[in-house]
Design a protein around this ligand. Structure first.
Ligand code: OSB
Ligand code: MG
Length: 371
């Protein structure tokens, strides 16, 4: 594949409802989009870095110069045979996985469109519909949280995940279980606890959760293994897993029983597939995480979720939960049975609404070979 040009854009999109985690509240997204023109087709990628360096060290502002000065020139220097080549091309740059993934995924997207193949087939997927869950942020009151859960259950979602932190955990779980004793429920702490709180965390076992996601430090695997031994509830790692080696170590060490795969967090589709395969080898299920993506990243999450070991409902949900107007057509819709159907359309099966992207764009720069 000859990459003719790479265009980087920053778009601003207000969220329909704020999203709050243990590390802060987001009301509007600053999203970097990448488009790659290659031999007459255009592929799109989304950088899932947040507005600040809170979920990970990367943020919107750090991704821009990393792509401009290092990653885009590496892609433009010579031809690629496929999206799978990107990781090796970028290997000299340490970290910056979300920036790398935006480019790598745009290359896969272009490759699928060039071959007139669905992206999900190119990735090795087999599922024809994917089960969906929702991630519900911390609300101003427990009553507002219960209302949100009610709405999402009525929409058909198959798993409810709530964000927790000290002071917003057992008290809200009690209210949820008092109302819905049987629903599939999980929690995500985004590293809000320490190992001194084992006794507190053991109380989560009473609520029969599907999992507790990332209870301890974002850079830890080993101490999660100690915690997992003390809990009945399965630990799922998110922030701690950057690559397939991390996944292998975490599963071997018993630090988790489930892995949340976010294609941005791990540097792109090729590493995400490797983590999927490692988890399958350990017979541990994976699911697809979300990062409040626009339709571009969302459609890539859907394609990835078709791989066989995505056995649990992901944080992949309808566009309208996030945006008044999404930048793809059709928007992502979830059926009343809580699934998204997978089509045989080439590429992602969704078209980018370029006029809307233009409307939301606040800065834009194009890079070409030799310039
Ligand atoms: O930890 O999974 C997370 C959103 C932003 C940063 C981190 C996380 C999340 C979510 C939202 O849980 C998932 C989504 O609905 O996109
Ligand atoms: Mg998480």
């Amino acid at each position: 594949m000859k990459i003719d040009s790479i265009t980087l854009r920053e778009i601003h999109m207000p969220l329909v409802h704020f999203f709050e985690t243990s590390f802060g509240r987001v009301t509007s997204r600053r999203i970097l989009l990448v488009s790659i023109d290659s031999e007459g087709v255009r592929g799109w990628g989304e950088c899932v870095a947040g507005e600040g360096p809170f979920f990970s060290p990367e943020w919107t502002e750090s991704a821009w110069p990393t792509i401009k000065h290092y990653l885009a020139p590496l892609l433009l220097q010579s031809e690629l045979s496929s999206g799978r080549d990107c990781a090796a091309r970028f290997a000299r740059v340490r970290g910056h996985r979300m920036a790398k993934a935006a480019l790598e995924n745009a290359v896969w997207d272009a490759e699928a469109r060039q071959q007139q193949q669905p992206l999900w087939k190119l990735l090795g997927g087999t599922r024809r519909d994917i089960p969906c869950g929702v991630s519900i942020g911390i609300q101003d009151t427990p009553e507002l949280l219960l209302q949100k859960i009610e709405t999402e259950l009525a929409a058909g979602y198959r798993r409810i995940k709530i964000k927790v932190k000290p002071g917003w955990d057992l008290n809200v779980l009690e209210k949820i279980r008092a109302r819905w004793s049987e629903i599939v429920l999980s929690v995500d702490a985004n590293s809000a606890y320490t190992l001194d709180e084992v006794e507190h965390l053991r109380k989560f076992d009473a609520f029969h959760l599907l999992m507790i996601e990332q209870p301890l430090w974002d850079d830890d695997i080993y101490l999660h293994a100690r915690l997992q031994k003390a809990l009945q509830t399965a630990i799922c790692l998110d922030e701690s897993i950057h690559n397939a080696r991390d996944a292998d170590f975490a599963l071997e060490a018993g630090a988790c029983r489930i892995i949340n795969i976010k294609v941005g967090r791990v540097g792109g589709f090729s590493e995400a597939i490797k983590i999927h395969d490692v988890a399958l080898h350990h017979n541990a299920p994976v699911w697809c995480g979300g990062m409040l993506e626009s339709g571009v990243g969302r459609s890539h999450n859907i394609a990835l979720s078709t791989l066989e070991n995505f056995r649990l409902p992901g944080d992949v949900s309808a566009s309208k939960r996030y945006w008044k107007q999404d930048i793809i057509e059709p928007e992502v819709e979830v059926r009343p049975d809580g699934t998204i159907p997978i089509t045989d359309a080439p590429g992602t099966g969704y078209q980018v609404r370029e006029e809307l992207v233009r409307k939301f764009t606040v800065r834009e720069e194009t890079f070409r070979a030799g310039k």
